[in-house]
Design a protein around this ligand. Structure first.
Ligand code: ZN
Length: 138
């Protein structure tokens, strides 16, 4: 009951997310350069346009391993423009793992996974619930 109620409230604040082209390019370049390790960062929206993801923030202490990225979320700056996470998968599958889903549920509203070969069509975005969402490139 409580769960359903929570979901309903969340739907009211549904955002049509967009991402800046140059921000996506930076994600692609960063993921490529750190391969075969995983790249992980936070997504930050524009100060004026709160639905447009315009920057990535590297979190101090983030462990970027071969099989997983560990976000040290207690290191997260107090910044209400941070809306979610981005991480890369060295595999060709941008599908959230169980650990990813747990992270999505706890922190943020929009999450991107970019998979090998790291290009404009090898990424997917998810909401807090792990449901795939569309993000428009602007
Ligand atoms: Zn993952």
């Amino acid at each position: 009951m409580l769960f359903l109620k929570k979901n309903k409230t969340r739907q009211h604040t549904k955002v049509n997310w967009k991402i800046k082209h140059n921000c996506l390019d930076l994600i692609i370049e960063s993921a490529k350069s750190i391969y075969p390790n995983e790249f992980g960062a936070l997504l930050r929206v524009d100060d004026q346009q709160k639905s447009i993801i315009s920057e990535i923030i590297l979190l101090p202490g983030t462990v970027q391993g071969e099989t997983h990225t560990i976000f040290k979320l207690h290191m997260m700056p107090i910044d209400f423009n941070i809306v979610g996470t981005i991480h890369s998968h060295p595999s060709p599958f941008p599908i959230p793992s169980d650990a990813d889903l747990e992270l999505f549920r706890k922190h943020g509203r929009v999450h991107i996974i970019i998979a090998n070969p790291y290009n404009h069509s090898s990424w997917k975005a998810y909401d807090y619930n792990g449901e795939e969402i569309k993000i428009e490139i602007v």
